[in-house]
Design a protein around this ligand. Structure first.
Ligand SMILES: Cc1ncc(COP(=O)(O)O)c(C=O)c1O
Length: 412
């Protein structure tokens, strides 16, 4: 039945393909030849250039965004039994770092269009948690909020800051998808880059499929020197200074352990890649923006699809292009559509099965779909299409053709 779609092209388009140039490769080779492989001059340079690029005062390079998020909540003093508002529509990391501290992630529903955290539901969840409506019926000491910019479309961080201030919460920003990205409250307000003092700590991911990659890696940025110092120390065993200082002179053997820290430091090999990815970050974003605009123009007339929004008050990183299936207009469900896309050479993914629908969170905290109805409905309709710099025209045309034909073939 679907043979004609397949026959038109034997192309196979991956969900993601990293764009690495000779600059990254040469820098890695130079790093290897230099003999300094772990945290050192290239990591320091990457931290400085990244901080400048996002408008932050301090940057701490680490081996993942998960590590950055963990260091952030640790530095902010999150402790056992305390509660943090976390979107249910996110990746495992955003909530698990709260668990690392023995604290409780209070899950919040999402906006049905952007999938970003719904602040009205955050208010309800906060009040319920403080009133002892969850878990042991004891009031929970709510201390923080961790918004996620889903796909790189920033939530209004002014509204988050106002909410946090009103309720005495810290704000840690999960910006795993959001480099480079920016927002403004309205057309008359100034732009703020993600990381430009938009939270106490903003955490970025450089995982292999992210908008800027180092293979594995992450960065925590902040304007607070004490938070920066604590995160830096804790990223390397809680030592009083890091290996670069240790081996670059002075009393190199005489370090002091200030706390029981972690092993989260970034290597210079990874930073070598990051330095050159950073140089091209905006050029790569512009490519993704163009690809996203092509998809939107091509799919506009398909009533079976809802398309991602792009507000004039956002500079979207376009990490993801999630389409929304209008299931009442299709005779197949999301999973069948994913299977058909893959069968026809279109790599795709789903962001995400919400946290409350994972056994760990459902069993430990008794979250149910009734607590988080929007995320429960939305995740069953979403599919993220391939979108990456370096995607060829014939590859995007193939994706557009397959999606269009499948929507037509399975129209109700
Ligand atoms: C929203 C979000 N937060 C955090 C992470 C964790 O990033 P990392 O793999 O760099 O630890 C991811 C990874 O995909 C993510 O999507």
């Amino acid at each position: 039945m679907a043979t004609s779609v397949r026959d038109q092209s034997r192309l196979s388009v991956p969900f993601f393909r990293p764009e690495l140039t000779d600059d990254e490769i040469d820098e890695v080779v130079e790093c290897l030849r230099s003999g300094w492989l772990t945290t050192g001059p290239r990591t320091r340079q990457f931290e400085e250039e990244f901080a400048t690029a996002v408008g932050a005062k301090h940057a701490v390079a680490v081996n993942s965004c998960t590590a950055a998020l963990h260091l952030a909540v640790e530095a902010l003093g999150l402790g056992p039994g305390q509660g943090v508002l976390v979107p249910t529509m996110t990746f495992a990391a955003t909530a698990e770092i709260v668990r690392y501290q023995g604290a409780i992630p209070i899950l919040v529903d999402c906006d049905p269009v952007t999938l970003n955290m719904d602040l009205e539901d955050a208010q309800r969840k906060l009040e319920d948690a403080r009133a002892g409506q969850f878990l042991s019926s004891q009031p929970i000491d709510m201390v923080g909020i961790i918004p996620v910019h889903v796909g790189g479309d920033m939530i209004d961080m002014d509204a988050v800051a106002e909410f946090a201030e009103q309720h005495s919460l810290f704000v840690v920003e999960d910006a795993a998808h959001a480099v480079p990205a920016a927002y403004r409250a309205d057309a008359n307000s100034p732009w703020r880059r993600c990381g430009e003092d938009t939270a106490s700590v903003t955490c970025f991911s450089f995982y292999a499929n992210k908008t800027l990659t180092t293979g594995e890696g992450g960065m925590a940025v902040t304007s607070d020197p004490q938070l920066a110092e604590r995160m830096k120390n804790m990223s390397l065993h809680g030592l009083s200074y890091d290996a670069w200082n240790r081996f670059s002179g002075g009393r190199s053997w005489d370090y002091q352990i200030l706390a029981a820290g972690y092993k989260y430091n970034m290597t210079d090999i990874a930073a070598s890649i990051g330095l050159h990815q950073l140089e091209r970050a905006e050029a790569m974003r512009l490519q993704r923006e163009r690809l996203a605009a092509n998809y939107t123009a091509a799919f506009q007339s398909l009533s079976a699809l809802g398309l991602p929004s792009s507000s004039p008050n956002r500079m979207h990183s376009w990490h993801l292009y999630p389409i929304q299936l209008n299931l009442d207009q299709l005779s197949i469900d999301r999973n069948e559509m994913v299977d058909l896309l893959r069968e026809h050479g279109v790599g795709c993914s789903v962001h995400w099965r919400p946290l409350h629908l994972h056994p760990y969170y459902a069993k430990t905290f008794h979250w149910t779909s009734a607590h988080l109805p929007v995320a429960t409905a939305e995740w069953q309709r979403r599919i993220s299409l391939p979108l990456f710099p370096g995607m060829r025209d014939d590859e995007q045309e193939h994706v557009i053709r397959v999606v269009t034909q499948l929507c037509q073939r399975y129209a109700r």
